[in-house]
Design a protein around this ligand. Structure first.
Ligand code: TYD
Length: 185
């Protein structure tokens, strides 16, 4: 899948050509109860009021040796990547991960192996995505609560982040997040 041209002005991210995986707007949202009051209704439209969240089809190079997927700052995503981390070792019975929001952080999440679900919530809308292929990433902008769960065995969740780790950037309390997210103009 080839990416062409720079990001559109003001665009949070730029998708490659081709059909990206589609979000599941499903009952999974209703069961997203890990610490969250069911206040934010599922709605139509993009989640992410600061920058819209979206699935991005990554540039891939596929040949008889296998596949190579590429993420580049300023091309695949418009933020500079300052930190990389990955989550692994989850079992199907593991508690959800995430359960936080960020004030400013931007991220691209990739299921480099296995698969998992991510529910996003901007205080007004929710959407659940199933990431299960290494050729796609989910862009998550600022002021979005996220919950990761339903990990397939041996999954690896790779996260490319715009900033170094700063605990002060986190919302760990959903009610505080909701208050601030809903007060955004
Ligand atoms: P935590 O934020 O709880 O993970 P999750 O993404 O599932 O919410 O992070 C687990 C621990 O790792 C916590 O003590 C903070 C620490 N941590 C770092 O030190 N650096 C990092 O870049 C990240 C993402 C977490």
């Amino acid at each position: 899948m080839e990416l062409t041209g720079p990001p559109a002005p003001g665009a949070a991210v730029r998708a490659g050509r081709g059909a990206a995986p589609r979000p599941e707007r499903s009952a999974a949202i209703a069961e997203n109860t890990a610490g969250q009051p069911a206040e934010a209704p599922a709605g139509d439209g993009p989640v992410g009021r600061v920058k819209p969240c979206r699935l991005i089809r990554l540039e891939q190079h596929i040949d008889p040796r296998g596949s190579l997927s590429v993420v580049e700052s300023g091309m695949t995503v418009d933020f500079a990547i300052e930190r990389v981390y990955y989550m692994h070792g989850q079992a199907a019975s593991s508690p959800p991960r995430g359960l936080h929001g960020h004030r400013t952080l931007e991220q691209l999440v990739i299921a480099v192996h296995g698969g998992f679900s991510i529910t996003l919530d901007d205080g007004f809308r929710r959407a659940t995505y199933r990431l299960d292929e290494p050729g796609a990433g989910l862009y998550i902008g600022p002021m979005v609560w996220r919950v990761l769960k339903d990990f397939a065995p041996d999954s690896v969740a790779l996260v490319l982040a715009s900033r170094h780790y700063e605990e002060s950037d986190y919302y760990r309390d959903y009610d505080t997040f909701l208050r601030d997210a809903r007060s955004l103009t």
